[in-house]
Design a protein around this ligand. Structure first.
Ligand code: ADP
Length: 274
């Protein structure tokens, strides 16, 4: 193990050839502030990848740049290269709306539309031009999010009438209804009780058969339970005292937790800071 904050040597071969998203030397700025520095990270297909690390080290910032949500923040800027299925995500010819269709997002706080359970699923699908049988899509999506049995008799009830855990699964159902390839999850369980959390974690094991999942979590047990690969980020003081986030180490989850190569990772996963 070393103390150096050297960039991970984890390269594409380590996750196999089936890389869905390739992150090459990515830095992210808010105005002149560099929030994330020089990240190399490959996301393997049909796996769950967890981004962990202390608050403020840029995990959410990095996650948001995978579906170009940072575009909506004035002053936010991405340098380097992110390639999704061989296409450069930040190429001027790429439509960010199409990116967000293929790379969906589930947020920290469940945010169903103030519409019926049915419409929460149907609305986005319709906007995306879905022409198939809507009842079937709604059922399939709710089943996929392990919610169908709980809501099948009240599809006209408001999505907001559900419990927090059910609302989050409704948001997952809404995300999978438009058939993305990747689902980004930003602390999806932090507003949920422990039982709902376990249900969403179980669901992730199912979902990865069909989707690739990148999850930001503060909960290390959660990362160890759900993630195939884990990326540990930390923050360092840069010029002028501001702190930038960087990737310390990326590896199979069991290696990150049981035999990390970097001292900082060891300190973090054993609860010594963060
Ligand atoms: P994490 O998810 O690891 O807690 P964030 O990605 O939220 O970290 O934040 C990384 C850094 O970027 C922090 O210093 C934070 O204050 C800053 N930051 C996040 N969002 C914005 C924003 N919209 N505008 C300016 N700075 C931001």
């Amino acid at each position: 193990m070393t103390n150096s904050p050297a960039q991970s040597e984890f390269r594409p071969s380590s996750v196999g050839n089936d890389v869905v998203i390739r992150t090459e030397n990515v830095s992210i700025y808010y105005g002149s502030f560099q929030a994330v520095r020089n990240v190399f990270l490959d996301i393997p297909k049909n796996k769950v990848v967890a981004l962990i690390g202390p608050s403020g080290c840029g995990k959410s910032t990095l996650l948001r740049c995978y579906n170009r949500l940072n575009d909506l923040i004035p002053g936010a800027r991405v340098e380097g290269k992110i390639t999704y299925q061989g296409t450069e995500l930040y190429d001027s010819r790429v439509d960010p709306v199409e990116v967000r269709r293929r790379i969906g997002m589930v947020f920290q706080k469940p945010n169903p539309f103030p519409k019926s359970i049915y419409e929460n699923i149907a609305f986005g699908a319709r906007v995306n031009g879905y022409k198939g049988n809507m009842d079937e899509l709604v059922e399939r999506s709710l089943r996929g999010a392990a919610l169908w049995d709980e809501v099948k008799d009240k599809l006209k009830a408001s999505g907001l009438s559900l419990s927090g855990g059910q609302q989050q699964r409704l948001c997952i159902a809404r995300a999978i209804a438009i058939e993305p390839e990747v689902i980004l999850m930003d602390e999806p369980c932090s507003a949920l009780d422990p039982i709902s959390t376990l249900r969403v974690e179980d669901l992730m094991h199912e979902l990865k058969k069909q989707f690739t999942i990148i999850i930001v979590t503060h909960n290390m047990q959660q990362a160890s339970r759900v993630a195939d690969y884990t990326a540990f980020f930390n923050a360092e003081a840069g010029n002028g005292g501001s702190r930038y986030g960087y990737l310390v180490e990326y590896d199979r989850t069991e290696n990150i937790f049981n035999s990390p190569r970097q001292q900082a990772t060891q300190d973090y996963v054993s609860g010594r800071f963060g």
